[in-house]
Ligand binder design. Sequence first.
Ligand SMILES: Cc1ncc(COP(=O)(O)O)c(C=O)c1O
Length: 369
Amino acid sequence: MPVLANDANRHSAPANEPIVKLFGDGEFYDGLPYLEQLQLANSKHPIKVDRYGSGGAVEELEKKFETITGKEKAIYMPSGTMANQFAIAMLSGDSTKVFVQDTSHVYRDEADAAQSIFNKRLMPLAKDQTFFTADELKKAIENLDSEEVFKSGLGCVSLENPVRRTDGRMVPISEIKKISEYCRSKNIKLHLDGARLYMASAWSGVSIKEYSSYFDTIYISLYKYLGASGGAILCGDKTLIEKMPHMIKIHGGNMFGNWLNAAMASYKLDGIEERLQEAIKRSKEIFAALNQIPGMKISPLDGGTNIYSMKFPAGILGQKFGESLNGYFIRIPRPNENGEAKISVNETLLYREPKYIIDAIKDSINKAK
Ligand SMILES: Cc1ncc(COP(=O)(O)O)c(C=O)c1O
């Protein structure tokens, strides 16, 4: 499917001058541009409101994700933190031990909710690494009996993919398969924090449905690259997901209206995979051309997704470079003291033709010498 900037199939950029942002996972719409996007969405497909998460745009979004993930049921939640915590708590039942990656959002960035609210003890594996292997998980589980006196039970295992704290690196699909196989053979439930699963899918070529098939529950963010101002979707078996409205209510997350987020995510979801593939294709062309500049090197991270390492030619003045690029409506993170930056590929790359971006960066490099 064609996805060029002037193509009617393409979602439009914000109405004022669109900015190519080589950071983050997608576009964030603030204020008026958000409303303009919703108007576009509404003209394509009339937006219907929900009430307390029932009906309207929320139900439509949930149905889409049921098809996308192949899971029996999907439910909208106000945040990914809530989706992760409820999934882990409900998959674990009364058992308290939960294995997670040391680098995961669940372990480091959710204010110890698992311990303090849900009586679960998160047990980190693979210190500072992107992932633990199936063998490491197996060993840790087998050692529980000899290493711990009180048998409070293994609740579940949670995996994040890709991993935000390791610059979006992925858990290899071969390892996910082994982890899933092992967990299923032992009747251990497995949760996926797939906040950025579309990034993993675009860069690995593994479909969202295939990723989902290895897990009992999957959460996907609605705002990191789907344009919404917040929100999350959690998918899984009907019996488990049907327990969630009660959990949402008792934790104060049952919002009167959620359609502003759901309608935006639903609109952006259409064609997201094609747009990401086009962004990847164009990024290859752009990076190959920029790598011809003496001293410039843009390279993918080992096992990475949309984050790349960019080495600038020696002596570039970061501030001057940034100011020049601003004039072209392009933003790139400033180089650090070693002349390096981490840049991201996302669909804002489609706002301009590759040649325009290449020429703008070349010109800005020259001006910043
Ligand atoms: C990997 C990951 N999981 C979960 C979350 C939580 O999402 P939310 O901000 O919707 O609570 C984030 C947010 O940064 C994240 O990066």
